[in-house]
Design a protein around this ligand. Structure first.
Ligand code: ZN
Length: 438
């Protein structure tokens, strides 16, 4: 009898315990739900329309408009609200329109909201408008783009990553929902891609018995090794075992260069090349190519560090698309656009939408998705298709022409001093990504 009593007492205690846990869960859910709904108490009924949101490299860019009386607008920002903490503001640019305002993060594609800086949390993003009297109003965000969400993994630091989901939600109003949580990189996702130019059946430039493809690969492989020592997860686009069938016309194949870079979901791609010019020894030095509409600090750091550590010089090439010492931004010229239209007509497909602002180098253009105007969508049957041409998440890309293969001084330096070039490249990435040595 005593034993039985003990057992039933025990059961009662357990039941009470389970009930308490259940009650707590219900209470917590209701509490959170109420808190979330209360988050939007101060939000106006007018909605901001989001017309574009893109992740390029490590930054989120936004564009949109808001139909409000714009007379006394003084400041516009993206307001990131959390359940338990104070709002965080990300500054937005704005222009006053005939009706209301247009807002955007930056005119530069690699500037905006730095996803690497977001702490683990759940953010409800709305638009905040301050007027000249210092009063603030809040507006919900409606997604008017064709993209429902973005999934982003931060760069590996001390073996850890954050996973960021950007989506849209609705409670009492519409908002952009940004969820940041700790995780590790899935097997098929990388931090950085190193592209060794040319390869297989495409030797690139040749001089004095040396091939660009081989020298670029040697440099690329060492860069990869050094970056891995910093704890970064690095993919290289080829390893030298590729056969003759690997060449310039297979870059858009399913497993070609462009598509494996897109699949890597890395944040950056650095493409390593050696330059060449018609007249041997007429030019020398380092050229860094970047897409247009970029903050060029990263490109400038590459140029100056390679010059410094490899003991070489900024390129002597003075040409219309040179921006500053060692920095080049190459877009399409009139006659190249005309040629592209001509080719489309001959082959019977609708011409690409190429303008004078379109990035010329495919490695910089196609790896960035819509941010850099990627356009190889398969309409020209000569090539395959960039599976990521229409993606709103893309890699920040730089093409590094480390020197001229047909300049004796550059060639000898690249042959004798490969580690100097590697040091210049790795040091730049380490500095720009704020990677601490272990
Ligand atoms: Zn090349």
């Amino acid at each position: 009898m005593k034993e039985k009593n003990k057992i039933s007492k025990c059961i009662v205690v357990i039941l009470i315990f389970i009930f308490l846990i259940f009650a707590y869960m219900v209470f917590y859910a209701i509490y959170n739900e109420t808190k979330t709904i209360n988050l939007f108490e101060d939000v106006e009924t007018t909605e901001a329309c989001l017309t574009e949101y893109i992740v390029y490299g490590t930054h989120l860019s936004l564009k949109g408009n808001l139909l409000i009386d714009n007379a006394d607008v003084k400041n516009v920002s993206l307001c990131l609200r959390t359940i338990n903490e104070k709002d965080i503001q990300a500054q937005l640019q704005y222009t006053k329109e005939d009706q209301g305002i247009s807002f955007y993060t930056s005119e530069l594609i690699n500037q905006g909201i730095d996803l690497e800086e977001l702490d683990v949390n759940e953010y409800y993003a709305i638009i905040k408008v301050e007027n000249t009297k210092g009063k603030s109003k809040y507006y919900s965000i409606r997604n008017e783009t064709e993209y429902p969400n973005i999934e982003y993994y931060t760069i590996t630091r001390e073996g850890k990553n954050n996973k960021i989901n950007i989506a849209f939600g609705q409670k009492t109003c519409n908002y952009m929902f940004i969820k940041v949580k700790n995780t590790y990189l899935p097997e098929n996702i990388y931090d950085i891609v190193i592209d060794a130019g040319h390869g297989g059946g495409d030797p690139g430039a040749e001089y004095g018995g040396y091939r660009e493809a081989d020298l670029a690969l040697k440099c690329a492989q060492e860069v990869k090794t050094e970056l891995e020592k910093l704890g970064l997860k690095v993919m290289i686009t080829r390893d030298g075992t590729e056969g003759k069938e690997y060449n310039a016309s297979t870059v858009y194949k399913e497993n070609g260069r462009v598509n494996i870079i897109g699949k890597s979901k890395a944040k950056y791609v650095f493409s390593i090349h050696l330059n060449s010019i018609e007249k041997a020894n007429s030019q020398s030095g380092v050229e860094i190519y970047a897409p247009p509409k970029m903050n060029l600090d990263f490109a400038k750091a590459f140029a100056s560090n390679i010059v410094k550590y490899a003991n070489t010089n900024y390129s002597t090439l003075d040409i219309r698309y040179k921006v500053s010492n060692g920095i080049y931004v190459r877009t399409f010229q009139d006659w190249e656009i005309e040629n592209s239209i001509k080719e489309a007509k001959e082959k019977g497909y609708e011409p690409y939408n190429i303008t004078e602002g379109t990035t010329y180098l495919y490695m910089l253009r196609e790896t960035g998705g819509i941010a850099t105007g990627a356009y190889v969508d398969g309409r020209n049957s000569k090539y395959g298709k960039n599976l990521f041409y229409n993606s709103n998440i893309g890699l920040e890309a730089y093409l590094l022409e480390i020197g001229y293969i047909n300049n004796e001084k550059d060639l000898n330096n690249i042959l004798d001093n490969n580690s100097g070039y590697v040091k210049g490249i790795v040091q730049t990435i380490k500095e720009e990504l704020n990677i601490n040595s272990k």
